[in-house]
Ligand binder design. Structure first.
Ligand code: HEC
Ligand code: HEC
Ligand code: HEC
Ligand code: HEC
Ligand code: HEC
Length: 189
């Protein structure tokens, strides 16, 4: 009985199968690689804000403490954003007529808060609490990088489960190990 395919045909067929397999894998892997590129994760894209606020001037040059503006960060889950009153505490005197600060003055007069756009956000299914981390001595920079060197806050790095876990695996919280905080239910409640 003659072979159904010539040996040349089956070589071509195998090559085509291999190409399909490799191509198929490529098609599956490509989007996975893509979603991790800085382009797709938005890393380094500065977020457009209602006022051109610059952390370098306020933190590095003027030495204002993070907590002065992000007032709930030491005790609550959320760090909190500064009220217009916080800004006006200085800017009623410092640069009171600057056009850059016009939206701040308008917010002060109208009572409508400035709509700061969110930069850092975890998906809703992940639980995070600032206060416990600050109380345990974890610095802002460990997670946010050198904010005082950034003109506009860009997403420092995409939050990932691996980032959180890596620290929990090696950290001693105060005098105790916190490896129990690598169980799924610690962050997924
Ligand atoms: C403790 C005082 C203080 C507070 C509070 C403060 N600022 Fe400033 N801000 C300054 C000083 C001082 C400058 C002058 C910048 C410089 O040259 O160092 C400045 C400059 C600015 C500028 C001009 C651009 C720049 O950064 O040079 C903007 C815009 C600004 N501030 C926005 C704000 C906003 C919005 C808030 C509230 C979230 C705020 N500031 C809170 C002291 C303050
Ligand atoms: C004078 C007030 C002020 C001080 C001091 C200040 N911030 Fe901010 N911060 C702001 C304002 C206003 C915004 C929103 C505008 C922006 O994104 O730059 C902000 C945004 C941020 C964000 C992004 C928030 C988000 O939406 O995810 C982070 C992170 C942050 N600040 C960390 C810090 C850290 C860390 C320090 C201290 C090293 C600090 N800030 C000091 C006023 C302040
Ligand atoms: C252990 C990591 C970690 C540390 C330490 C940390 N942050 Fe954050 N921060 C985050 C994460 C994660 C988010 C996003 C939270 C969310 O979506 O629930 C965030 C969000 C924020 C925001 C915007 C949203 C909010 O919570 O109001 C600000 C502002 C902020 N951080 C400031 C600070 C400051 C200031 C410090 C230091 C005093 C600090 N963070 C320390 C991880 C951290
Ligand atoms: C640089 C180290 C570090 C990083 C990064 C870090 N953590 Fe933690 N985390 C700690 C320490 C230390 C504690 C222990 C606090 C204590 O109980 O003393 C803790 C405690 C916790 C707890 C238990 C306390 C509570 O709030 O119920 C949760 C949940 C948690 N972290 C979530 C996260 C998440 C989510 C991330 C990533 C966005 C993260 N952590 C990133 C150091 C870190
Ligand atoms: C220390 C906190 C922490 C612990 C412990 C943790 N996760 Fe997560 N997990 C996160 C955070 C934060 C995200 C969201 C990351 C992001 O921004 O995409 C996440 C995302 C996920 C996702 C979505 C897919 C992904 O990888 O982004 C799955 C599935 C998941 N976690 C499962 C688990 C399971 C299963 C465990 C236990 C073996 C676990 N997690 C333990 C913090 C944690």
């Amino acid at each position: 009985m003659p072979a159904l395919f010539t040996s040349r045909a089956s070589t071509v067929y195998r090559a085509a199968l291999l190409a399909a397999a490799v191509g198929g894998a490529g098609a599956l892997v490509a989007p996975c690689v893509f979603i991790r590129t800085p382009y797709a994760t938005g890393v380094a894209d500065p977020v457009e804000q209602p006022v051109a606020f610059d952390h370098r001037h306020h933190v590095r040059d003027d030495g204002i403490d993070c907590v002065y503006c992000h007032a709930t960060v030491e005790h609550e889950a959320s760090a909190g954003m500064p009220s217009t009153a916080r800004c006006m505490g200085c800017h009623a005197q410092v640069w009171p007529n600057s056009p850059e600060l016009a939206p701040v003055r308008a917010s002060w007069r109208s009572g409508i808060p400035l709509a700061w756009r969110r930069v850092d956000a975890l998906p809703a299914y992940a639980y995070f609490h600032h206060g416990v981390h600050i109380q345990a001595g974890v610095t802002c920079a460990a997670c946010h990088g050198a904010v005082g060197e950034q003109a506009r806050i860009a997403l420092g790095h995409p939050w990932s489960m691996a980032f959180c876990l890596e620290c929990h695996r090696r950290t001693q919280g105060g005098s105790r190990a916190i490896t129990h905080l690598t169980t799924c239910s610690a962050c997924h409640r």
